[in-house]
Design a protein around this ligand. Sequence first.
Ligand code: URA
Length: 410
Amino acid sequence: MSMVDIINKKRLGHELSDQDLEEAFLGYYKGEIPDYQMSSLLMAICLKGMTDEEVFSLTDIFIKSGDQLDLSKVEGVTVDKHSTGGVGDKTTLIIASIAASLGVKVPKMSGRGLGHTGGTIDKLESIPGFRISLTEEEFIHQLNTVGCAITSQTAHLAPLDKKIYALRDVTGTVESIPLIASSIMSKKIASGAEKIVLDVKVGNGALLKNQEEAIEISRLMKKIGERYNREVDTMITYMDIPLGTCIGNALEILEVMKILSNEENNYLVALSKALAAKMVQLGLGITIEEASAQVEESVKSGKAYQKFLEMVEAQGGNINGLRVSEYTKDIISTKSGHIIGMDAYKFGKLSLDLGGGRKTKEDKIDSGVGIILKKKIGDDVEVGDVLCTLYTKEEGYEAEEDITNYYTIQ
Ligand code: URA
């Protein structure tokens, strides 16, 4: 069938066969199908959805486009974690350090920012020298010595997903349950961990906007896991306000270090500990209560922080070289009252506009830009208080809209 026929078939809401999906997606991978036709098919999928069979088939095509990592040489139980993406979401860096400090092996392949959401790899690249690409031998060696390793999706693992992911990012085709589920699960399966914890984010700042979508994607990802004999556990967590107090690559690394140094106590900390406890429960085969107690102890004693530094050093990073922009601009409240809402999506977009993410496939990120939220939901504010501070590329940044409106103050 021609690509135009395949696009039309999906546009009319029909199920694509394995062969249709292979022709379209493998054809795109080989360079036989141009970006504009694949974008059109992706948009039709966004609008018409996919059956479970189509999702299984697409996941399989993504996996088979590359190699599958063999982690049998890693000593211990391997537990991977993935988040469906949010604003200010730096949980991976926190929980990989905690879980590894407790003896769980955490092989983590992470992605770059997508749409208004940030990516772990972009955050890690703000650490000078940090190697986001490791060879398979280096990856396995680091898992056996340090216990955790975070690398970018290598060119060999689900390379077709990587190509599609970059196209989706710039064609308005990110927010699709079947596309997100197949993208995430193909990488999780190909990267070889025995057990997987999925943080399914829901809310205005997440890719999934409501509870029904979150439940549906959890069901789908568990089903994909079952087909490949992987134990998958999911947690649905809220993303209506940005996670933590920093948005932006280098700023978020600094926040991770504060949390691991036991200097913060907020929702992000609680969420990270809950996710880490799930990984420890699966990895060590203990109860959730025992796992939670071990997680608390690891953070309190500084063991988790040491593990983070060990991982950064093992991957060549110079944590002392982390740089945030020297140009800042305070956003001042024009109202007094109580903060009852914050628009996570708008803050994510703002970070992108400041230069912390990509608007085209070729854009270069500025690691030093971002936002520190000085006031958050539940806080009282007075006229003249600083709501947030922007870290900008240049002096004299003028926002396109009134950022005070990202807060709802009553
Ligand atoms: N994260 C992924 O890896 N893929 C998606 O499609 C969305 C979030």
